[in-house]
Design a protein around this ligand. Structure first.
Ligand SMILES: C[S@@+](CC[C@H](N)C(=O)[O-])C[C@H]1O[C@@H](n2cnc3c(N)ncnc32)[C@H](O)[C@@H]1O
Length: 183
């Protein structure tokens, strides 16, 4: 009898865990799609290396990752010495995970994840923007960058071009853009 109850509890636990994981996984796909951005696909370490080579982070930089996923670019920016690094992320599970990773890495004073849509981001103080989005979002992102960024600010985009802009440098599938003087 005891063994039957044990297996019943085990099966129920497995069903619950599988359902939670499925909801998390489909949420990671669906929430960003409804929010007009890319689903969660993390940047691979070798691509991150390229992104940071082009970014040349300095200790005065305020860095923003639009759609920060598990926070890997935000944490790596803090590790590279950025004054502040900020991630905007729409998926609450990824916000929780990345916030935990920031605390574990000891960067809670210089890195933060905002559970907020990137479409409401204030980029007026940003010196460097990281992007790994999706083609249909790039036009809207461009308008955000044009509205807020100051001359000299940099954008490092993984995989996708900003429509109508010429990149200043291209390294494989990573593009660097610099905001020019409006004069
Ligand atoms: C391709 S992933 C990139 C993750 C991370 N930047 C990286 O390079 O590893 C895109 C991320 O953008 C997030 N996202 C999509 N739409 C968003 C929105 N409107 N506001 C904030 N985050 C969004 C997704 O949840 C996902 O985590």
């Amino acid at each position: 009898m005891d063994i039957i109850i044990f297996f019943l509890i085990l099966s129920a636990t497995l069903v619950i865990v599988t359902n939670v994981l499925a909801i998390y996984w489909f949420g990671a796909m669906l929430i960003p799609a409804f929010a007009g951005g890319a689903p969660y696909v993390p940047t691979r370490p070798e691509i991150m290396e390229r992104m940071f080579e082009l970014a040349q982070i300095s200790q005065n930089d305020i860095v923003v990752d639009l759609g920060s996923g598990d926070g890997r670019l935000v944490i790596a920016s803090a590790q590279a010495g950025a004054k502040q690094s900020i991630g905007y992320e729409i998926h609450p599970g990824l916000v929780r995970l990345s916030t935990w990773k920031i605390r574990r890495a000891g960067f809670e004073n210089s890195a933060i994840i905002k559970n907020q849509s990137m479409w409401n981001a204030d980029l007026t103080h940003a010196d460097l923007i990281f992007l790994y989005q999706i083609p249909y979002a790039m036009g809207r992102i461009k308008r955000l960058l044009e509205r807020d960024l100051r001359p000299g600010s940099r954008i490092v985009s993984h995989a996708f071009k900003i429509p109508g802009w010429e990149p200043d440098e291209v390294h494989g599938n990573v593009l660097l853009y610099k905001i020019k003087d409006r004069a």
